[in-house]
Write a protein that binds this ligand. Structure first.
Ligand SMILES: C[S@@+](CC[C@H](N)C(=O)[O-])C[C@H]1O[C@@H](n2cnc3c(N)ncnc32)[C@H](O)[C@@H]1O
Length: 319
């Protein structure tokens, strides 16, 4: 009974600390489990979550070195709180390393969610180690409430196909979008590296920042103009910054007041990378005839794997 009334109270209490209109953008400071409980049920179209990994990262107020049991309980609680606010055509993305990917997949399947893709974000600057292979990926888990009715806009995120960019296959010129394809489920390339060192996107004092292109792909593909996008672990503000630029409404939740203030500054100044343009191919192969690096015919570009304007940071605890 006491638990029920405190839930009801938090439902009345959720109040944004920062707010902008056109499109509506709100940032809440607090524990996402409590803030989510204060938001209306089934009100959100898309959720992107990049939680703390429990790798003892100094996030300011949040303790990122809990017992395994406590961390798994926390994980299930925030997942359930997200599911409560996700609507019937909604999608949920989770950015998570090897440690907890399996537990999250099992939990979401048990809750009736449908896995649409198990994507990989691949980067080249993993933390140096000798005891095992260097980590060069994070899982990007893509779940939906309903495979058939989910929002899915593949035409907004196309990339050059290897058939067109590498093999000059003439059949690729006769398609609806010549030379382009829906992206593969392994994500890498120019601009897809970790946001480190002197990367132009880098925000000071943020331990883990996701590239803008990653959020751009997720938001374009899985929401429409005016839809509501939510990030329960806002960090440096990548999700709301990109969502706002793409004319989506958004809600960001962040435990640290300092991080939230910095994210808010970023949301108001807007993204660095976003803009039209034909993307580079990210093929591993050289062009079959020209021997080049396989860039799209209409563009010249940087190295294939990104990180090109970022330097490795040796002491970074989390890729
Ligand atoms: C991995 S970072 C997110 C980085 C973000 N994707 C970006 O691009 O900047 C996780 C963030 O979640 C915040 N956080 C940790 N626990 C939280 C909680 N229970 N509720 C809300 N935010 C939390 C941390 O302070 C940290 O800023």
């Amino acid at each position: 009974m006491a638990a029920a009334s405190s839930k009801a109270e938090s439902r009345l209490m959720a109040k944004a600390t920062y707010r902008l209109t056109d499109p509506e953008t709100e940032v809440y400071i607090g524990d996402c489990r409590e803030v989510l409980d204060g938001l209306p049920e089934k009100s959100v179209d898309l959720i992107f979550a990049d939680p703390p990994f429990n790798w003892d990262v100094p996030y300011g107020e949040w303790d990122d070195s809990r017992s395994r049991e406590e961390y798994l309980t926390f994980t299930q609680q925030w997942l359930d709180a997200c599911l409560r606010v996700l609507n019937g055509h909604g999608s949920l993305w989770v950015n998570i390393p090897d440690d907890t990917a399996a537990e999250i997949v099992v939990h979401l399947k048990r809750r009736g969610m449908t896995m649409i893709n198990w994507c990989i974000w691949h980067f080249r600057f993993g933390q140096h180690r000798v005891g095992n292979f260097i980590v060069s990926k994070v899982h990007a888990l893509y779940f939906a409430r309903n495979r058939e009715t989910r929002i899915w806009n593949p035409d907004t995120v196309l990339e050059p196909s290897d058939r067109a960019a590498i093999y000059d296959d003439p059949r690729t010129r006769e398609t609806k979008q010549p030379g382009l394809r829906v992206p593969l489920d392994v994500w890498y390339g120019p601009l897809w590296g970790r946001i480190q060192g002197n990367n132009r996107e880098r925000r000071k004092n943020h331990q883990n920042q996701i590239p803008e292109v990653y959020l751009e792909r997720v938001i374009r593909a899985c929401s429409n103009d005016g839809h509501l996008v939510l990030d329960p672990f806002l960090g440096s503000g990548t999700t709301c910054t990109v969502a706002r630029a793409l004319r989506r409404r958004s809600i960001g939740i962040e435990y640290s007041g300092q991080n939230a203030a910095s994210a808010w500054e970023r949301i108001q100044s807007g993204p660095i990378r976003l803009g039209p343009g034909v993307p580079e191919t990210n093929s591993f192969m050289a062009h079959r005839k020209r021997g080049g690096n396989g860039t799209h015919p209409s563009s010249t570009g940087p190295a294939l794997f990104g990180d090109s304007d970022s330097a490795p940071a040796e002491s970074d605890p989390k890729p």
